[in-house]
Write a protein that binds this ligand. Sequence first.
Ligand code: NAD
Length: 433
Amino acid sequence: MNVTVIGTGYVGLVSGVCYAEKGNHVICVDKDVSKIERLRSGEIPIYEPGLKELADSNTAAGRLSFTDDLTEAMVAADVVIIAVGTPPLPNGEADMRFVELVAREIGYALNGYKVVVVKSTVPVGTNERVRGIVAAISDYPFDIASVPEFLREGSAVKDTLNPDRIVIGSESTRAAEVLTRLHQPFTDQLIMTDIRSAEMIKYASNAFLATKISFINEIANICEKVGADVTEVAHGMGLDRRIGSSFLRAGIGYGGSCFPKDTKALIQIAGNVEYDFKLLKSVVEVNQHQRYGVIDKLKRALGSMHGRRVAIWGLAFKPETDDVREAPAIEIIESLLALGAIPRVTDPIAVENFRSLLNHPSIEWCDSALDAAKQCDAVCLLTEWEDYAKLDLKEVERVMASPILIDGRNAISKEQLEGTLFAYYPVGRPMMN
Ligand code: NAD
């Protein structure tokens, strides 16, 4: 099949590469000319394990190419996939400007029957709006379909090649047949729904996962006060198949480009139809508060923060990604700066992205966890990179001014702490040492 993917971000690029891997001819389009030039020269602008290898092999096989010319890219397309961003507006609603602009461009470029797929996460009713925009411009026949994306950054290639399910929201038999053929090689779990339900499945899924995270974080906060261990609690809960063990890891809350934005958007979607989504509002509030637990623990351990050197291990919103959008590290570092502390920050791959977001003169940029810890009064682990769980803490202790470790992700093991004098502050677990 000939597939055109519009938007080469985390979703568009990974999807495009994986459609090509399944034997389709894929053209990826982006309006960002420099991004297209980098992709054409074999460079992958984002970090995703396994993506470069697949992009290289499919480009070499002639199944994958990149362009900034949407009209040219659509000439032979059977399926056109919209995968541009839907960032949050200040009131929490999703910004539909990019999707609507692309819909207009599709309208002008249409040259015969195509299935137009909205893969971006969009409020209920958006597919119909896209249909209206395209139909107002073009007389060519087309169908619209919602195929929301569920990949996780950091394991996006794996998730796309082995999805739990693929949701196809369509009201056209022809489009449903085309999309079934396109997606059958990925999984047998193809869920066919109406368009509005498909749009809602995406928001409901993310809202539910965010709820699990905020739930376990509140349990962790109570555990700290009653002397229980949230990791034991989560294990004991998760073995119940009705609950499941995933997304029960206590920490400093969710971040990234999806959960914060999609939870707030769903609250707005509900509000627009005069429904007060109280539960989800609390989920957002709990998440916002959770990251400041790190600051509270620092204050408890150090007293005044002014002039204190604090190492920050991990800037990305989660491991295996260079994405720092809405990462808890942003607000934690901003709080440290406001308190007059000196953050010494490091991350295996997200430093450059973080610097473009928050480049304060008092931030000291470091090459490694050990380097960041030098002469520090405390270390805060904010992203559970595997490397940090392998560090020799005796060596870290030797370079620090005082051995205090705030573990925002419960990533450090008892074995790592053995033989050290670290005052260790985990989340929802008894302190050690
Ligand atoms: P992104 O910001 O990484 O990428 C969007 C890309 O679209 C950019 O490269 C941008 O230049 C391009 N673009 C914008 N307007 C364009 C236009 N008119 N023509 C061509 N290209 C254009 O976004 P993302 O993280 O890939 O997310 C895309 C959508 O998928 C969002 O709606 C998001 O909510 C959803 N989603 C994201 C994830 C995730 O983990 N990132 C997971 C599931 C769903």
